[in-house]
Design a protein around this ligand. Sequence first.
Ligand SMILES: Cc1cc2nc3c(=O)[nH]c(=O)nc-3n(C[C@H](O)[C@H](O)[C@H](O)COP(=O)(O)OP(=O)(O)OC[C@H]3O[C@@H](n4cnc5c(N)ncnc54)[C@H](O)[C@@H]3O)c2cc1C
Length: 372
Amino acid sequence: MTSIWLDEIAADVFPRLDGDAAADVAIVGAGIAGIATAYHLARAGAKPIVLEARTVAEAASGRNAGFLLAGVAENFAAAAKRYGEERALRVWRFTRHNQQLVREVVAREQIDCDLAWNGSAQIAGDDSEWAEARASAERLRREGVRVRLVPEERAAIYEEDGELHPVKYVRGLARAAARSGARIFDGTRVTAVAPDGLRTERGRVRAGAVVACVNAYSQHLVPLRVRPVRGQMLATAPVGRRVFVRPAYAHRGYRYWRQRADGRLLIGGWRDTARDEEVGEEERTTRPVQDQLESFLRQRAPEAAISHRWAGIMGFSHDALPYAGRLADGIFVNAGFTGHGMAFATATGELVADLVRGVSRNETDLYAPERP
Ligand SMILES: Cc1cc2nc3c(=O)[nH]c(=O)nc-3n(C[C@H](O)[C@H](O)[C@H](O)COP(=O)(O)OP(=O)(O)OC[C@H]3O[C@@H](n4cnc5c(N)ncnc54)[C@H](O)[C@@H]3O)c2cc1C
């Protein structure tokens, strides 16, 4: 079954590319990463072309929970342990910039995408995660972050986090990119990339640079350390009471839920209960994971009728940070979001667009594809 988001919004019709073409920059993939890269390039005056095998936002970007969080999937204390505190703070600030950028772009381009800033709850699943959640809150408060603790729920409430309708956002951004001069093609699979352009199933595209934004599918096109991992969700018909106050992110980000303004409940994750099965590119739901999602739903809202069940494929990097930068002469990437692309990709799109145009930025080292 398709996601609630894709089910609600008819795809814009972009043409198929049937022959050869030429462009300043050729972008492969029209999820949030490819579209954001195209948007920033077009706004800077370049003439990018975007080639998408399916339709805009039909893969992970149209199948996620729509959380717009700050930070990586792990809590800040865990991230500081993994990356070192200074680097973890730089990543945190980058994702805050991503939130700000989404706010600006949505206002500037008048994208109607149900963007709301109700904050998020980070809920600990055990004592050690709760200790980390408290330490994270304490450290981030010193950075000026608005966070408060609710000990009886073992929750840290981050007041500044956002949520949106991912398909409305990515398709709205695609229209804005097209208005600025990007050319977008659906139904056009790329079969090979090279520094001077790429090949599609039906022709050749010459370009000054190529940006591969195919996330989970990267290994088919470029040598990138991305592995495909499946995520599953369900959604319900509108429920006439408030069940969840704000988006919640629990058990180290493995489990998440939210309630939309129209009353529908969305529940996703529980991949931690089936790690070995939830890998690969097969975009299908499975009974064991759906049963877990449903059992949580029944605890919180027994009356809710399930309307949608779906799966999406995420691209995991070797260290849970994205790869955004130059891979080889003329070839760039923007991928590997490790289940957190809405938190990063509007800003990594800006970063990669700058790098393609020869403008270097402070964050370049954080997401360099060749980092150890
Ligand atoms: C269930 C689930 C819940 C999630 N929840 C959240 C969340 O709440 N917040 C958050 O930040 N992140 C979340 N994510 C992660 C987020 O959806 C992804 O990180 C993000 O969408 C990745 O965007 P992308 O553009 O890199 O990849 P995609 O959206 O997968 O886009 C890649 C595109 O490349 C195209 N493509 C692939 N190969 C080719 C080719 N050869 N030629 C042409 N086109 C090609 C594909 O068709 C696809 O459209 C979730 C993911 C899932 C699955």
